[in-house]
Write a protein that binds this ligand. Structure first.
Ligand SMILES: [Fe+2]
Ligand SMILES: [Fe+2]
Length: 275
C-alpha cells in the first residue's frame, strides 16, 4: 500500500486578518477531491498564533472543517522563532507560547509507521532552545532513529536544514542554524533520512545531498518578492504530494491547484506591516 501525504504549508490563517483564507479553502477543496491518507501542515499554520490565540483557534477550525486525516507541525509564526535566529522583531519561542500551540494543535513532535517507512515530525523552533522540551525532543528523535529497523525515514519540519550544504556556517532565520543542525544529525545517528521535507521559505524546491532528497513545500498563501528573498526554487503557491512506497522508494510532486492565485505578500501590508 502506497501511503500518500499531502503536505500543505505556510497557510498563514487568521481570525482578524483573513487575507489567505480563500486560498486555503480552495486548496482544501482540492484535497477533499484527492483524498490523501494524510494532510500534513508543516507550519506557519497561522498568521500570528505566536501572539494571538484567536489565530490558533481560527486556523484549527478551518482545518477541522476539511474532515480529512490531519497532522500539524509548528512554524515560527505559530509559537515564536528559534531562539538563535537573528531578531526581526518576532518573538522567540518560550514555554507559554509553545503550550498554547500544543493546546490547539497537539504534540509538536511525533512519529508513526507505514509500510516501509517511519514518518517523523519535529518542531524546528525548539532546536537549540533552552526549553526543557528541547532535550525531550532530542531524545525522542534519537529513539525514533534508533528503532528504525528496515524502514526508511522521512523527516518533516518547518525550516529547511540548509541551502546547499550541511556545512554552511551562516546564522540565519531561514535555515536551521549550524549548532542545532549538528545536534540534530547527532540525534539521528546512523539514520540518514531518505526524505527531508520542510516549509518556511514559501518556495518549492527539490534537491539531493548524499542519500537524502530535500523537498521544500511551498505556501498555500503567498510568496515573497525577489527584493526581500532570493529565488531558490519555484515561487508559486500549491502543495506537495509525497508517495511513500512499501519498498522504501518515494516520489514527491509539486501540485498546483487550479484557481488558487499566487499572492505576493507585498500586496498585503495589513498582514505583517509594510515590508
Ligand atoms: Fe511562512
Ligand atoms: Fe516560517
Amino acid at each position: 500500500m502506497t501511503y500518500r501525504i499531502a503536505q500543505i504549508s505556510d497557510t498563514h490563517l487568521s481570525e482578524t486578518k483573513p487575507f489567505f483564507v480563500d486560498n486555503f479553502l480552495r486548496t482544501g477543496a482540492a484535497l477533499r477531491e484527492s483524498r490523501p491518507d494524510l494532510v500534513l501542515n508543516s507550519g506557519d499554520i497561522t498568521l500570528d498564533g505566536a501572539d494571538e490565540e484567536a489565530d490558533l483557534i481560527a486556523a484549527r477550525a478551518l482545518h477541522d472543517a476539511l474532515e480529512l486525516p490531519m497532522r500539524f507541525l509548528p512554524g515560527n509564526h505559530d509559537l515564536g522563532d528559534c531562539q538563535d535566529a537573528p531578531s526581526h522583531g518576532e518573538a522567540p519561542i518560550d514555554a507559554e507560547r509553545r503550550a498554547r500551540y500544543v493546546k490547539h494543535f497537539g504534540p509538536d513532535w511525533w512519529w508513526f509507521d507505514v509500510p516501509g517507512w517511519r514518518v517523523l515530525g519535529i518542531d524546528s523552533q525548539l532546536l537549540g532552545s533552552d526549553l526543557d522540551a528541547a532535550s525531550e525532543q532530542d531524545a525522542a528523535i534519537a529513539d525514533a532513529a534508533a528503532g528504525l529497523g528496515d524502514r526508511r525515514l522521512a523527516l518533516f519540519l518547518h525550516k529547511p536544514l540548509f541551502d546547499q550544504s550541511a556545512d554552511e556556517a551562516a546564522i540565519t532565520g531561514r535555515f536551521v542554524n549550524p549548532r542545532p543542525r549538528r545536534a540534530l544529525f547527532a540525534s539521528l545517528g546512523d539514520a540518514a533520512p531518505s526524505l527531508i521535507a520542510c516549509g518556511h521559505v514559501h518556495q518549492y524546491r527539490a534537491s539531493i545531498t548524499g542519500a537524502t532528497q530535500h523537498v521544500w513545500g511551498t505556501s498555500t498563501a503567498f510568496v515573497l518578492p525577489d527584493v526581500l528573498q532570493p529565488r531558490y526554487g519555484v515561487k508559486e503557491v500549491g502543495y506537495v504530494e509525497h508517495r511513500l512506497m512499501p519498498d522504501g522508494s518515494h516520489d514527491s510532486q509539486f501540485v498546483r491547484v487550479p484557481g488558487v492565485p499566487t499572492l505576493d505578500i507585498a500586496d498585503f501590508p495589513g498582514a505583517y506591516g509594510p515590508l
